[in-house]
Design a protein around this ligand. Structure first.
Ligand code: HEC
Length: 148
């Protein structure tokens, strides 16, 4: 019985021992990611042609996406040991931390460029948007695990 309790508590102790500087890293990064998902969701109908192209709405979304992108600080939001709990992070984030940092940097560069671009119609918007969105997909593929 005692052994069972110990087994159950051990992971919690491990978390406590490597308590990251930012204890809310998990909640913070998921909130940030969710916000990005919301922003993308707000412009998806335009991409799909379900809503007319709206230069102001598109610009606002791209600027907001970039603001979120620039907030991704790997050391703060993905500290070692923050892979416990309700999360879909892949251990690869820490096994290949340089690769993850590079993926974040590329995303930030593409998001900054998109925020500067002023697409004037659906076609130019699609080009700009795809350049940003491919980062979401490729990073999730490499650094996230599927959980249902
Ligand atoms: C450099 C890597 C990277 C990029 C770029 C990236 N993400 Fe993520 N995203 C992650 C990781 C890692 C997680 C898992 C976080 C967790 O569960 O702790 C995640 C999780 C998410 C989630 C789920 C959040 C939750 O509540 O569990 C959403 C939604 C999301 N991302 C949307 C996006 C969108 C939209 C983009 C692009 C505009 C994007 N992400 C770009 C790495 C990335």
């Amino acid at each position: 019985m005692n052994r069972l309790i110990l087994l159950a508590v051990a992971p919690l102790l491990a978390i406590a021992l490597v308590a990251p500087a930012n204890a809310d890293a998990l909640a913070d990064r998921q909130a940030l990611m969710k916000d990005q998902g919301k922003t993308v969701g707000s412009i998806t109908p335009i991409i799909k042609g379900e809503k007319p192209f709206d230069a102001d709405a598109v610009k606002a979304a791209l600027v907001h996406l970039n603001e979120d992108a620039q907030k991704i600080d790997v050391a703060t939001l993905f500290p070692a040991g923050s892979d416990q709990g309700k999360t879909t992070v892949s251990p690869k984030i820490w096994e290949d931390n340089a690769g993850f940092v590079a993926a974040v940097a590329k995303y930030q560069k593409d998001a900054a460029a998109a925020a500067e671009a002023n697409p004037t119609d659906l076609d130019s918007f699609k080009v700009v948007f795809n350049q940003v969105a491919e980062n979401c997909a490729s990073c999730h593929k490499a650094f996230r695990i599927k959980k249902d």
